[in-house]
Write a protein that binds this ligand. Structure first.
Ligand code: NAD
Length: 477
């Protein structure tokens, strides 16, 4: 299905169906009620408009919750353009509602990889040909594109290397086309960027890598490692949205099934708990002895993928690593095993390797609305791959719920204000703990929580201020 395109007087957009805007608006209104942190941020900064006139490009799942983030940034004065960061994660009614209010948005559920990168470009470049002042990124694709663009201009041999993936093929094509017209295009774009706020673990890995190599082109704020992001979104968000994704895809009873969760970091902890709550029999795989021991203490069996192949019914990857489940693993799985990923990208499960198995037969069970494919091996056994190996919670369900995204996105707004208001170095910064505590505070009333207050004597006794921060920087929560 091709996306409906149209132009409005207020700006351009590219969404599946603008007629879904009213439905989107109704769901945005429900979400606002469940996103107290974002709404409080609007109240606090509405008059001051700290983002007035600042061009913000967003590359982050175009969901209902993101719509509330976008409208918060708009209320603070930002001039926005947006695309999704995943070909399957857009909620088309959310995109339509944002388009209808006149914010340029380029996203629909089920984009091709080529379209995906074209949409990143559309969100990146304003009608006057200039780029963004600031980026909201999730997974590092927008930031990565700018860095690859600059690299291709400074070292043209880079663009002549063989692309290693379908994404790289699309990116190289776009970069080569731009280079024909303007050999300094990306250097100008990069020079105009004040900074990026990055949402997720994998994006932070990429930023740290660039910073360590001295190649980071602009400052970055690490939103992921705010406690109110990674210890909430990654854990409780995935605890909610993993079973949602698996059930919408397969309508399978998880109770009694053997489920292998690969990785027991923040996401893995939420996923393993969710599967345990479903009364599944959970096996965890880990490479880190500390996380492995934590899994044991939580009552999970720790084993290797190979040990579970003959018995496991469901596999979930959440390592942020590549080829954790290989084609060879899938060839050895029991018939009708379900395989999905909630980590990052489509190479935690080696989808390319799976497709390359000689004689493999692929049957589409469900299309882009909730992608499910059956892969039948030459020996006759099959496995089900959800969301084509991409994020199952966003590909087959609607991602994390409002309340948890309110925590994550309150951090995003604070990070964007920080970038707009301070002169930062080309480093990766954390959000100050006091603001992290503030994000949590904004969500307490909704849970009916009443916070105790330290006396001065108690504060002195444990060596903190009465008003916080309440923990030292390295505290692990
Ligand atoms: N789908 C979502 O909604 C969502 C939300 C948040 C984060 N993420 C993504 O999930 C991934 C994990 O995030 P996280 O915050 O849990 O990271 P994390 O670093 O806390 O956890 C990853 C864990 O995987 C383990 N690991 C690495 N390689 C492994 C291997 N080969 N086998 C077994 N274990 C291995 C690591 O030791 C670590 O404990 C990242 O890619 C992140 O971007 C997804």
């Amino acid at each position: 299905m091709t996306a409906k395109t149209s132009k409005k007087s207020k700006g351009e957009y590219l969404v599946r169906d603008i007629g879904l805007a009213d439905f989107g608006r109704k769901e945005i209104e429900i979400a606002e009620y469940e996103m107290p942190g974002l709404m409080a941020t609007r109240e606090k900064y509405r008059a001051a408009k700290p983002l007035a006139g600042i061009r913000i490009m967003g590359c982050l799942h175009m969901t209902i919750q993101t719509a509330v983030l976008i409208e918060t940034l708009a209320e603070l004065g930002a001039d926005l353009r947006w695309c999704s960061c995943n070909i399957f994660s857009t909620q088309d009614h959310a995109a339509a509602a944002i388009a209808k209010r006149g914010i340029p948005i380029f996203a629909y559920k089920g984009e091709s990889i080529q379209e995906y990168w074209e949409f990143v470009m559309k969100a990146m470049i304003w009608p006057d040909g200039k780029g963004p002042d600031q980026i909201v990124d999730d997974g590092g694709d927008a930031t990565g594109l700018v860095h690859m663009g600059v690299k291709g201009e400074l070292d043209p041999a880079f663009l002549k290397t063989a692309p290693k993936s379908a994404d790289e093929k699309a990116i190289f094509g776009i970069l080569k086309d731009i280079r024909k017209k303007d050999r300094k295009f990306w250097q100008k774009i990069a020079a105009g960027i004040r900074g990026v706020s990055e949402e997720t673990t994998t994006g932070i890995h990429r930023l740290n890598h660039l910073a360590k190599a001295g190649e980071l082109l602009f400052p970055a704020i690490n939103v992921n490692d705010s406690v109110t992001k990674s210890k909430f979104d990654n854990v409780y968000g995935c605890r909610h949205s993993l079973p949602d994704g698996i059930k919408r895809a397969m309508d399978v009873l998880l109770s009694g099934k053997q489920v292998v969760v690969c990785g027991y970091g923040d996401v893995g902890k939420g996923c393993a708990e969710a599967m345990k709550n479903e009364r599944a029999r959970v096996i965890v795989t880990e490479v880190d002895p500390i996380c492995a021991l934590q899994a044991c203490m939580a009552g999970f069996q720790v084993a290797r993928v190979e040990d579970a192949l003959k018995t496991a019914d469901v596999y979930v990857t959440c390592t942020g690593n590549c080829r954790v489940i290989t084609a060879k693993h899938m060839a050895g799985m029991k018939d009708q095993a379900i395989v999905c990923n909630i980590g990052h990208f489509d190479d935690e499960i080696d989808v390319a390797g799976l497709k390359a198995v000689k004689g493999i037969k692929v049957t589409e069970i469900k299309g882009h609305e909730c992608p499910v494919h059956k892969y039948t091996f030459p020996d006759g056994h099959s496995i089900y791959l959800l969301a084509e190996g991409r994020l199952v919670n966003l590909g087959c369900a609607t991602g994390h719920p409002n309340f948890v995204m309110s925590c994550s996105f309150s951090n995003q707004v604070l990070a964007q204000i920080e970038i707009a208001s301070k002169k930062l170095e080309k480093q990766v910064y954390l959000i100050p703990k006091k603001l992290d505590e503030e994000v949590a505070r904004l969500h307490l009333a909704k849970c009916g929580a009443k916070l105790s207050k330290l006396t001065q004597e108690q504060a002195d006794y444990i060596g903190v201020k009465v008003s916080g921060p309440f923990k030292p920087e390295g505290y692990r929560y």
